[in-house]
Design a protein around this ligand. Structure first.
Ligand SMILES: Nc1ncnc2c1ncn2[C@@H]1O[C@H](COP(=O)(O)OP(=O)(O)OP(=O)(O)O)[C@@H](O)[C@H]1O
Ligand SMILES: [Mg+2]
Length: 290
């Protein structure tokens, strides 16, 4: 185990026939149904979808916090049966220990695993350096900005050397400027560490800018409506967001999500504007287009 991953990409996520229903006092709530996805080793994949469609449910199941009602989740062929240091998770809410310094927060998982002090200090410092946080290692979370807290959260999730990083709207609470910086930092760390990333976001621009592929979910109960490859060259600059290729992807994704949001509300739409896009629909036809 190492805080800085090896040169070979790892973290092949495969989800087959996944469904999850919550038991409530009013009966079963079907959150996600019949979902298949995969993330290749070293790939950056995002999930977008209308509000309440089951994105967090799905990600929490991949993390091992929730058990599927049906189906299987594997990482590098091993079945997910509970949380593991091999799958790092970052939440929208900052989940740092307020009584620990930045470095102690990052070291926490390593300490729990019995790594000697000098080794874990070195690992934490290396990762904090990658995230531009070396000057803040002795600070307590309350002294940090939202962007810094979330950077520490990402570093902490990476410290135990996971194969997979799962992020649930990690930048949702940040202002637009900080968000852009965070996207750049996350991209740099992902490329450096060569792990797989599964990233949930409401922000379509963010999903396209960061990802190799984007899955779009249907309204609840969520399933995969479409899979959209993002063929934009890397490294990507912010200016790519003005390109016709980016704008076409954006238009397509917006149409898909709008269609689902309206379906959830019982509405209809006419102007899909998706012609010419390489969108693979997963059994949910876009009647107006196809
Ligand atoms: N613990 C729970 N018990 C019962 N129902 C739940 C529970 N957690 C979530 N749900 C329901 O399951 C559905 C999916 O919720 P989930 O939070 O996964 O969606 P989401 O896509 O992440 O939503 P958002 O876009 O608001 O983040 C919703 O209808 C939600 O109300
Ligand atoms: Mg959510």
């Amino acid at each position: 185990m190492s805080a800085i991953a090896t040169a070979t990409p790892q973290g092949h996520i495969e989800v087959e026939n996944f469904s999850l229903s919550y038991e409530t006092i009013d009966g079963l709530v079907d959150a996600v149904t019949n979902t298949h996805i995969h993330v290749k080793p070293g790939e950056f994949v995002s999930i977008v979808g209308p509000s309440g469609c089951g994105k967090s449910t799905f990600l929490n199941a991949v993390a091992g916090f929730l058990r599927p009602t049906t189906g299987t989740i594997t990482v590098d062929g091993e079945r997910v049966s509970g949380p593991s240091a091999e799958r790092g998770m970052v939440f929208q809410q900052y989940s740092l220990f307020p009584w620990k310094t930045v470095r102690e927060n990052v070291e926490f998982g390593l300490k729990m695993r019995g790594m000697p002090r000098s080794q874990r200090e070195r690992a934490a410092r290396t990762l904090l350096g990658l995230a531009g946080l070396e000057a803040f290692e002795k600070h307590y979370p309350e002294k940090l900005s939202g962007g810094m807290k979330q950077r520490v959260g990402i570093v902490r999730a990476l410290a135990t050397g996971p194969k997979v990083l799962l992020l649930d709207e990690p930048f949702g609470a940040l202002d637009a400027q900080t968000r852009v910086i965070m996207q750049q930092i996350l991209t740099n760390m992902w490329q450096r560490l060569k792990i797989s990333v599964l990233f949930v976001t409401h922000d379509i621009d963010e999903a396209i800018f960061l990802s190799d592929r984007v899955y779009c979910m249907t309204a609840r109960p969520g399933s995969i409506k479409a899979e959209i490859p993002i063929p934009l060259e890397r490294p990507r600059q912010q200016s790519v967001m003005m390109s016709s290729e980016f704008l076409a992807l954006r238009r397509g994704l917006m149409s898909l999500i709008r269609e689902e949001s309206l379906k959830a509300m019982g509405g209809e739409i006419n102007d899909l504007g998706m012609q010419g896009l390489n969108i693979e629909l997963h059994g949910h036809s876009l009647v107006e287009v196809l």
